[in-house]
Design a protein around this ligand. Sequence first.
Ligand SMILES: NC(=O)c1ccc[n+]([C@@H]2O[C@H](COP(=O)([O-])OP(=O)(O)OC[C@H]3O[C@@H](n4cnc5c(N)ncnc54)[C@H](O)[C@@H]3O)[C@@H](O)[C@H]2O)c1
Length: 373
Amino acid sequence: MYTINMRTRQKSYPLFLGRGILQNAGPVISRYLLPRPALVVSDKNVADHYAEKCLHSLRRAGFKPYLEVLNGGEKEKSLAAASTLYERALKTGMDRQSVFVALGGGVIGDLTGFAAATYLRGVPFIQVPTTLLAMVDSSIGGKVAVNHLLGKNLIGAFYQPSLVFGDVATLHTLPERELNAGLAEVIKYGIIWDANLFARLEHLSKGVAVKNKLIETGSRQLLPLILRSILIKGKVVYLDEKEKNLRRILNFGHTFGHALETASRYEYYLHGEAVACGMAMAVRLAEMLHILDRVSKQRIINLVARLNLPFPPVNLSINTVMEALFYDKKKEGEELVFVLPSRIGKVFMCKSPPANIVEKVIGEYLQGDLLHN
Ligand SMILES: NC(=O)c1ccc[n+]([C@@H]2O[C@H](COP(=O)([O-])OP(=O)(O)OC[C@H]3O[C@@H](n4cnc5c(N)ncnc54)[C@H](O)[C@@H]3O)[C@@H](O)[C@H]2O)c1
């Protein structure tokens, strides 16, 4: 089991990562938090596989766990779902000494973290990520949020967990499509920070015989990739916890990606898929602005294309995607901000690129020219 000390200005907390370690979660957590009532929040898919193991290990360590199982899915990241959690916590008499535990993917993590940040003005919470995306991204860094009708993650806080506990063995039950969505974020770290990581992913993808697969679900190669991703995210968050500057590079692919998600009402893409499409669009934009060379652009597109992404939805128009772009919370005043690569491993902020070029990129994507030709 790896232990990483995640440092932020707000607080430092340990992150544990290993294979087959879920049954030890309780005893490990009890080294950092005295046993107490715990609201374990999960969704149906995850709870079926892992809730009992998690509850048992918490009980074994002296905690008093209560399980709340939600339907899950992006629509669950809502104030209504947060309210369900407050109610359960109140009815079970949870006070400020209690702890919330998020057992699941990014949806459960973001929602539970948001509820923990606001319940009784803040109770400690623990992230137990069970998707690749949550392990490498959403469980670390302290961004917690729920969605609003007008856009994703618009109601939220910066609220660091007390501990993160990731068991890669849980990824064995993760559907292939979800794994690919998580790999999109791993590719992202390669593009924004680490050209070696990117090259490693390219190399791995060549070794996988099955067409359109980037890596096998049970591959032993996954753990080091997850570890590297966590270290990159941890470093960026340490340097800029509140996203004043550097942390914005983590939004690479997200400006277009969030617009695709919003325009398709969160019903078509998985979050990581939308980010992957957004990364392909961003590199095409960078190429059209003569910021990125054609060879690097093609290497990125080729790797992203291995994620087996869905075809662009037929009912989306350039206008609806443009409209959604303008609700982006990363906008500065009226200026749209894109994170664009100048080479693999290095990105910068690009403010207000010409609208006609942005529209052209969206058009190419929607016609299937970018990723599906
Ligand atoms: N807070 C952040 O910094 C941050 C960063 C990136 C993404 N996010 C958010 O994360 C969310 C997406 O997270 P996600 O991709 O993990 O989605 P998710 O939480 O919806 O999980 C994906 C699906 O996989 C299922 N699942 C989870 N773990 C499983 C397992 N081990 N075995 C079988 N099924 C399993 C879930 O039930 C769900 O159906 C989005 O809401 C996004 O906005 C937040």
